[in-house]
Design a protein around this ligand. Structure first.
Ligand code: GAL
Length: 415
């Protein structure tokens, strides 16, 4: 009886600890997380064994391997947006592998870029008794039903890569999204030596990401903030005049959508032989569409500087072939390692703040200011560091061990 009471109290304290973070109201994660007992939340809160299997289509459920059961225990729901973009396949499998190796059971779903389906997938995970959710949102504003249910069930949520606009989110793990865009802008600035351009002028166009993705604005603003002074000075000329985020945005980061808009811009503004110098694309899937349009529909024969983000295989090939100029690389294997370490710290009731970072062994910042899940509700975030990849440093990717380089010089994801 007494034991049961203690267990209940522990469970309540643990729930408070786990659910603290963005929606905690104080914004101070350490305050929120301290004082929790050093026991496994999974043990305290969930009868994973008694749960029903996930109903969601495409849900992969799997038990942890025997090898890694030490230190783990419990079930983790991993909800990814889509398999149609390369990076999310990598994220999903790294997260799945990491959590399994640490002794957790996992349920991994992809929701085919359909937010209704993602809500449903998460609801199924909750019904299945998951102890913690890792969610990369399709639409950061469209998960309220699932998030509210997670909060009711005391299941903590880590917003993975993309922030979710709901206070049920405890913590956010991502890259420094503004810096991603800033690196793209700075790359253009240095490649064209804009600081010393004098009277020289260059023509530029922009393609941004999905307005439903909270990251997209950060990427775009990061790039534009670097380049705006040159636009204002007339050094950079946006020939189409299209600089408004909503006009240059690409629903679902879709390659064909980006391709179509690029074709329209080229035929409307460049068919007369106007030279195009730069096309800033927020990520690789959109850069793929723009590069295709430039290759097939652009009349000029100069090299067009095209930016990207992610290090997708097709884009790395384009970089080798001189069709895309750079990509901002984000090591999503590291992102999954940080996510696992954070989840474990949460479940062990540890203080969640920058003191955790040395244990990650990965460069990142603890940021309690930049992101909000609702007005005034800051979301404590661990932000990893992105880097620039060009033709000249592709070897850096091979050195991560995550890519191999074939005899043809093209990179492929290491198996
Ligand atoms: C963003 C993500 C990028 C890119 C894009 C398209 O949220 O941070 O790395 O992959 O989505 O999926």
């Amino acid at each position: 009886m007494k034991r049961k009471l203690i267990a209940t109290l522990l469970s309540a304290t643990m729930a408070a600890s786990l659910l603290a973070g963005c929606g905690g109201g104080s914004g101070s994660s350490s305050e929120a997380a301290s004082g929790a007992p050093a026991s496994s939340a999974a043990e305290a809160s969930s009868p994973a064994e008694a749960s029903t299997p996930a109903e969601s289509s495409g849900a992969e459920e799997s038990a942890a391997s025997d090898a890694g059961t030490a230190g783990g225990g419990g079930k983790i729901g991993i909800s990814m947006p889509t398999q149609s973009l390369e990076r999310w396949n990598r994220d999903g499998s790294y997260l799945d592998e990491q959590f399994k190796a640490a002794g957790y059971e996992t349920v991994l779903t992809y929701s085919d870029n359909d937010s209704g389906r993602q809500v449903n997938d998460i609801q199924n995970m909750l019904a299945d008794g998951v102890d913690l959710l890792v969610v990369a949102a399709i639409d950061g504003e469209a998960l309220n039903t699932a998030m509210d249910e997670a909060a009711e069930a005391n299941v903590p949520v880590i917003a993975y890569d993309r922030l979710i606009m709901n206070d049920a989110v405890s913590y956010y793990v991502s890259f420094d999204n503004y810096t991603v865009g800033k690196l793209q802008g700075e790359f253009v600035e240095s490649q064209l030596d804009l600081k010393n351009a004098g009277d020289k002028t260059y023509n530029i166009e922009f393609t941004a990401g999905d307005p439903a993705d909270n990251n997209a604005g950060y990427f775009y603003n990061g790039a534009v903030d670097v380049l705006q002074p040159y636009i204002d000075a007339g050094t950079l000329h946006v020939v189409s005049g299209q600089t408004d985020f909503d006009t240059v945005a690409t629903a679902q980061w879709n390659t064909d959508t980006a391709l179509e808009r690029a074709q329209n811009v080229l035929s409307s503004y460049y068919a007369d032989g106007t030279q195009l110098d730069v096309w800033v694309c927020s990520n690789d899937s959109t850069a793929l569409g723009v590069a295709q349009a430039v290759t097939s529909d652009y009349a000029g024969d100069n090299d067009v500087l095209i930016t990207g983000q992610d290090g997708d295989e097709a884009n790395l090939k384009n970089i080798v072939d001189g069709i895309q100029t750079m990509t901002v690389y984000k090591n999503v294997s590291n992102e999954s390692i940080v996510t696992l370490a954070l989840a474990q710290a949460m479940m062990n009731g540890e203080t969640i703040d920058e003191s955790l970072i040395p244990s990650f062994g990965i460069e990142c910042a603890f940021d309690t200011e930049s992101y909000e899940t609702s007005e005034g509700n800051k979301c404590p975030s661990f932000l990893l560091v992105p880097s620039v990849i060009t033709k000249d440093n592709l070897q850096d990717l091979v050195d991560t061990g995550l890519y191999t380089m074939g005899d043809d010089g093209y990179l492929a994801a290491a198996q």
